[in-house]
Design a protein around this ligand. Structure first.
Ligand code: PEP
Ligand code: MN
Length: 263
């Protein structure tokens, strides 16, 4: 992952002609969880607004075992149906090394490793044995060096298609869900050749802060953003408090474009 050994930026090919890194900027958007048939409605809206990758969790790493755990394989199928209609790569979280074969069978375009699994070394090694792009999120108490070492776990098994993701870290601050470490964007670009994505949704935890932090991350040179969008946030099965509605997402995408043109 170290730029010393690889001075030029890595460009990760996510399929459907969507490349990220080295000047290629992409927005990943969709609901926190795949919940059912609203997925396709949300997917149509985020694509129309300019998102190039669709996200949605079918396996959810919830704090409580009694909270909604995700639709599992059925959720992957809904993502695959949306991909077939919209011709866009899908990004979804994998939590268990035993699911790698299933994700390969379904031809999941990008496997997300969530913050809670950022140092799940057996999982990192297992996705490292594939060639599927991996969106690797920073652990909530993980340092930048720990994130880079997690990337090494994947790459040392042979998979160089790693995209790093800053999603906020835990600090003493309680007004936001996490503290968005915007520093991580330029620091990761200095240290590593891998693409860097920012997730202002989990980094802030509140809808009202998502847009300003999305714009800030874009201005700071992020190679992409991951943003949660839901068509009925107050009834979302997870993370409704930080979801943008499709209309809000339209506005954010317009402003991201203005920042992209200005930098
Ligand atoms: C998510 O992307 O929905 C998610 C659970 O993110 P994180 O792992 O960053 O908390
Ligand atoms: Mn979420």
């Amino acid at each position: 992952a170290n730029r010393k050994f690889h001075p030029t930026d890595t460009v990760v090919d996510c399929g459907f002609g969507v490349k990220i890194g080295g000047g290629n900027f992409q927005v990943i958007a969709g609901p926190c969880s795949v919940e059912g048939e609203n997925l396709i409605r949300i997917a149509r809206r985020v694509k129309a607004a300019g998102a190039t990758m669709l996200r949605g969790g079918a396996y959810k790493p919830r704090t409580s075992p009694y909270a909604y755990q995700g639709m599992g394989a059925e959720g992957l199928d809904l993502l695959c149906e949306a991909r077939a209609e919209l011709d866009m790569p899908i990004v979804t979280e994998i939590m268990d090394p035993r699911d790698v074969q299933l994700f390969l069978d379904k031809k999941i375009d990008v496997m997300q490793i969530g913050a809670r699994n950022a140092q799940n070394f057996p999982l990192l090694k297992e996705v490292g044995k594939t060639q599927t792009p991996v969106l690797l999120k920073r652990g909530m108490s993980g340092t930048i060096d720990e994130l880079l070492m997690a990337a090494e776990y994947i790459m040392s098994e042979g998979n160089d298609n790693v995209i790093l993701c800053e999603r906020g870290i835990r600090t003493f601050e309680t007004r936001t869900r996490n503290t968005f470490d915007l520093n991580a964007v330029p620091v990761l670009h200095y240290l590593s050749h891998l693409p860097v994505v920012a997730d202002p949704s989990h980094a802030t935890g509140y809808t009202r802060y998502v847009e300003p932090m999305a714009l800030a991350a874009t201005a700071a040179g992020a190679d992409g953003l991951e943003i949660e969008v839901h068509d009925d946030p107050s009834h979302a099965w997870s993370d409704g408090a930080q979801a943008l509605t499709p209309d809000m997402f339209d506005d954010v995408m317009r402003r991201i474009q203005i920042i992209r043109e200005a930098i």
